[in-house]
Every structure is written in C-alpha cells, then in structure tokens.
Design a protein around this ligand. Sequence first.
Ligand SMILES: Nc1nc2c([nH]c(=O)n2[C@H]2C[C@H](O)[C@@H](COP(=O)(O)OP(=O)(O)OP(=O)(O)O)O2)c(=O)[nH]1
Length: 132
Amino acid sequence: MQPLLVVAAVLRDGDRVLACRRAPGKDAAGRWEFPGGKVEAGETPEAALEREIAEELGVRIHVGALLDRTVTTRAQGRPIDLACYACGLDGDVPVASTDHDELRWVALEHLSTLEWAEADLAAVAVLTREVV
Ligand SMILES: Nc1nc2c([nH]c(=O)n2[C@H]2C[C@H](O)[C@@H](COP(=O)(O)OP(=O)(O)OP(=O)(O)O)O2)c(=O)[nH]1
C-alpha cells in the first residue's frame, strides 16, 4: 500500500518544542504529535507544511532542515511516511488549533513522557538524543 505522505513542524523555543494533542474524534485522538498534515498533489513538502500550519494553528512559519523521515506501518490504514522539519515562527506564537485540544511547549528532556502517535516516535528519539 502506498504510504500517506505527511509533513510535520518541530517548532523550538530554546530547549522546548511544541507538542499538540489530537482532538477527540480525530484519527489517533489523544495522542501527541507535531503539527502538520498531508501533502497534496503537486505540493512541495515545505509548501504543504506552511499551508497546514497556517490552516491549523493560524500562524506563519519558515521551514528549515529535515530532522527525520520515517515510514511507519499500521494495523489499519495506509502506512504513514512522516517527514519532520525544524521550523521557525515568523510572527505570532500559536495558542489554539483546529485539530488539537491542547498545545504544550515541552522540554526536550521530558518529550518521551508524552504518549506520542506511533509515527512520531522516531523524530522524538532524534530530538531526545540531543539531551542525553
Ligand atoms: N499532522 C500530523 N499527522 C500525523 C503525525 N503523526 C501521525 O501519525 N500523523 C497521522 C495522523 C493522520 O492520519 C495523518 C495526517 O492527517 P491530518 O489530519 O493531520 O492531515 P490533514 O489536516 O491534511 O487531513 P484532514 O484532517 O483534513 O483529513 O497522519 C504528526 O506528527 N503530525
């Protein structure tokens, strides 16, 4: 099965990163993830990520380096090809999301205590490695 192409933003504030909890009713509700979404046909990953963050969090970002890209197979549904990018805020700090019921700035050393969506675990491991 062709993987679902998903891009996500790792937004940093010093040693903290923005984690978002998927809202009730969503796929993987209650799990934490980096904000983002599916890449549409004809879009670059960077353009998709800027668009998703504007739609979801209502803020503008710039997309930097690719931190991790991992394909995760799931018991149900298509595998997820998740690419996580280091991103910077271009203005306002996000305070609410259309897809999440909580936004939390989490210190790198505490990242692994959250219940992450399975596809995000590889990126979390990359980030956590910075502090061990
Ligand atoms: N955005 C995002 N989605 C993730 C992550 N990890 C992960 O497994 N996913 C899954 C959840 C969804 O099945 C899929 C992305 O869907 P989405 O709901 O965020 O994307 P979207 O806004 O384009 O889609 P939609 O709600 O309009 O259907 O990838 C992650 O870190 N960020």
